[in-house]
Design a protein around this ligand. Structure first.
Ligand code: C2E
Ligand code: CA
Ligand code: CA
Length: 710
């Protein structure tokens, strides 16, 4: 590769002064993209010492530092040789008007606020460098003056105080939107062009400079005759005719409107979500911090609400991201109008800026902060209303979408004092709302905290459970209602985390599903079931099929078919011995893909059954299209079969329809003889339940198997 030709120009020297090594490191990496010669100092004293040894073009100076603070350092640097022409950029705390004023007093050129937005800082340095370049040209070559000034949007003017006369360069007229014909160049004319809100500030700055025989720097707006506002930086130097007697002031004015707009744009990009225009998490937090501080001061309550759409991913997957985006926007609009409409929100509105107390931190999540609430029941009413408003169906691309949202709420100061903890607690409450089926709101409570801690603990343990051999499969027999003979087993997972009691699958399977570790666990289940089938075969038993449960995530895993093939062939098994149970939900999730996947599995030769059938997700019409072998009637129907005639008619219908489709029916959870008799009379094929046997370890399951004769 060719090296870039470098003439021996020296790079602008920049000194980064901050006592926080992390900030220095970040600054160096953020500014590394500009062609700069970067140096650092850990405190004010070190900075002054470095500057004494060699001058710097730009000094980025933190205001709060031990040993010597930024104000002192700035003053000392300004007094050093070469110090007067350095650009001093002060780094101050957020909105700290006093510090900013003081910084200008000690000679700061510009300031940035913490936390530093590096993109904005880079942008500023580019402008500073351009302006410095212009100044340098000015000194070096008079002829380049005008051109340089034009490039830098820089005008200069001199004010003769004694005769009250002024002389403006062409660029000054241009910046102010005036012409030599339309006005008379004077201090008064310039002042008139300054934004009315800032005229006093400007004349005070100039008077102070004149009084002390010093310089001033001020960022302000000007208003052009046509009403357009521009941002400018004015700088001036009082020129004493003799000590203590100032007769002239030389001013420089630079149009920084573009810079401002870019900064605003960057600010917008960095702080707002582009889809909804709502603040993002960072901005929300900054704003919430202020609101909470105010609530703390006047002893009022506040509430943080976290809202998450239920099953959003499914909508997104099935209708496409465009519909998903539209839904998010609609939801944002509904929340905002609900906040306005509710009494509570009206209070928020009157006191604070509503637009900042609602944010979209990402995905399908929203954050709300409500201040000035006295009691939780007011918040509850608001949350209730919000749930109702959100439950209204939405039509997207000629389709009615039904959706709902879960809401988690934590109260300040009851549940937490600090913002981060409030958000965390609201998140726990949200998890709880989701866990209760969604479409509802929950207030945070200490019990939830225990629940959440337990969950986090389980999550961590689950990750190692396979490796630590903490799982075991139990087998529950399936019996023919006709002959009473064993027709197969369902393999059910059991988990004994180290040093703890067994955790039931209903508690850990959903977590494993969410975190994704289910894929690994599911693979182990298939492996283990195949291994057991082989062992029984080797022990001379007449093997019967073993059914394993396949979770949603496992089902869509692209390696599932391959995995099953490999296990079957590794153990030399007849594929018909393995059966997969898929719940209705999983099958109905994405019909097209389901069809493809089911056919691929069928090709391998395994049996396929629909688990928990009747719980309301599928329709027979769809099932017709899929290569299925059996339907398992959900335990809830069997449970009340004898007493509830409605359940009986549902089971009758299911059995009749599955017969029509050529499918077997398996009744789950059969516990009594009565149930068994009734199921038998209805014509159900198989049953599974405590009546015959609970799920048992492999050794016990063997007692149900028959030896192959001979
Ligand atoms: P499922 O697939 O519906 O499994 C049947 C559940 O009903 C089992 O609960 C079983 O022990 C229970 N059961 C069987 N007969 C009776 C009865 O007569 N009365 C009563 N009350 N219950 C009965 P278990 O083992 O606690 O499993 C719960 C669920 O966890 C399963 O429901 C299944 O969805 C899931 N699961 C279990 N093992 C696995 C696995 O290996 N992978 C996946 N993805 N899910 C599994
Ligand atoms: Ca099952
Ligand atoms: Ca089931």
């Amino acid at each position: 590769m060719m090296k870039k030709q470098t003439t021996v120009t020296t790079l602008p020297r920049v000194l980064i002064v901050d006592d926080d090594a992390m900030v220095r490191l970040l600054a160096i990496s953020a500014l590394g993209q500009l062609d700069l010669d970067l140096h650092e100092a850990g405190d004010g004293a070190e900075a002054v010492e470095l500057f004494r040894q060699q001058t710097y073009d730009i000094v980025l100076l933190d205001l709060e530092m031990p040993l010597m603070d930024g104000f002192t350092a700035a003053r000392k640097i300004r007094a050093l040789p070469g110090g007067e022409s350095a650009t001093l950029i002060m780094v101050t705390g957020l909105n700290d008007a006093d510090s900013i004023e003081k910084a200008y007093e000690v000679g700061a050129t510009d300031f940035v606020t913490k936390p530093i937005n590096w993109a904005i800082l880079r942008q500023r340095l580019r402008f500073v460098l351009r302006a410095r370049e212009a100044f340098r040209s000015l000194q070096e070559n008079e002829a380049k003056l005008l051109e340089s000034q034009r490039i830098a949007n820089l005008g200069h003017w001199e004010w003769d105080i004694v005769n009250n006369q002024a002389e403006w360069s062409e660029q000054v007229y241009e910046i102010l939107g005036l012409t030599p014909q339309s006005c008379e160049a004077s201090f008064a004319t310039f002042l008139e062009a300054v934004h009315p809100d800032e005229q006093r500030l400007f004349s005070n700055a100039v008077s102070a400079a004149v009084g002390k025989g010093e310089s001033y720097v001020l960022e302000h707006r000007i208003v052009r005759p046509d009403g357009e506002e521009r941002y400018v930086v004015s700088q001036g130097q009082a020129l004493p005719a003799e000590p203590g007697k100032v007769e002239r002031v030389r001013h420089v004015v630079q149009d920084i409107t573009e810079r401002k707009r870019t900064e605003e744009h960057i600010f917008q990009l960095a702080n707002f979500d582009s889809l909804t225009g709502l603040p993002n998490r960072e901005l929300f937090k900054a704003y919430a911090g202020r609101l909470l501080a105010a609530a703390k001061r006047d002893g009022t309550r506040a509430a943080v609400l976290l809202l998450d759409l239920d099953r959003f991913k499914r909508i997104n997957d099935s209708l496409g991201y465009k519909a998903g985006d539209q839904l998010i926007k609609e939801v944002a609009g509904r929340i905002a109008s609900c906040m306005r409409e509710c009494d509570l929100a009206a209070k928020v509105h009157a006191m604070d800026d509503l637009s900042y107390s609602l944010a979209r931190p990402g995905g399908d999540e929203f954050m709300l902060l409500i201040r000035g609430v006295d009691r939780a029941d007011g918040v509850a009413r608001f949350a209730q209303r919000l749930s109702e408003v959100l439950a209204q169906p939405l039509s997207v691309m000629q389709q009615e979408i039904f959706f709902s949202a879960s809401i988690g709420i934590s109260m300040f100061p009851d549940d937490a004092q600090e913002q981060d903890l409030l958000i965390k607690n609201a998140d726990i409450a949200l998890g709880y709302a989701k866990d209760s089926g969604g479409g509802c709101f929950r207030f945070f409570s200490e019990e939830m905290n225990d629940w959440a801690n337990k969950r986090v603990d389980l999550e961590a343990r689950l990750n190692h459970a396979v490796k630590n051999n903490e799982f075991q499969l139990h087998y529950q027999p399936q019996i023919s209602l006709d002959s009473g003979r064993l027709t197969g087993f369902e393999a059910l997972l059991r988990w004994w985390p180290e040093g703890r009691d067994m955790v039931p699958p209903n508690e850990f399977i959903p977590i494993a599903e969410e975190t994704g570790v289910i894929t690994e666990i599911g693979a182990w289940v298939i492996h283990q079931a195949c291994k057991q089938l082989r062992a029984w075969k080797d022990q001379g038993y007449d093997p019967v099929p073993v059914a394993v449960n396949v979770s949603a995530r496992q089902f869509v895993d692209k390696d599932l078919v391959k995995l099953i093939k490999e296990e079957l062939s590794a153990f030399g098994l007849d594929p018909g011995l393995l059966e997969l149970e898929l719940t209705e939900r999983v099958i109905m999730r994405s019909l097209e893909e389901t069809g493809v996947k089911l056919r691929a599995l069928k090709e391998v030769g395994v049996k396929l059954s629909v688990d928990d059938f009747g719980t309301g997700y599928s329709s027979m019409n769809y099932l017709k299209r899929f290569p299925l072998d059996a339907l398992k009637i959900d335990r809830s129907f069997v449970m009340d079969l004898v007493t509830d005639s409605n359940d009986e008619s549902i089971i009758r219908a299911i059995v009749a329809m599955s017969k029509g489709l050529g499918l077997h029916t398996v009744a789950e959870g059969v516990e009594t003889d009565q149930q068994k008799e009734l199921l038998s009379s209805i014509g159900c094929d198989l049953m599974q339940g405590y009546l015959y046997s609970r799920p048992v370890p492999a050794e016990e399951a063997e007692s149900y198997l028959h030896r192959v004769s001979g």
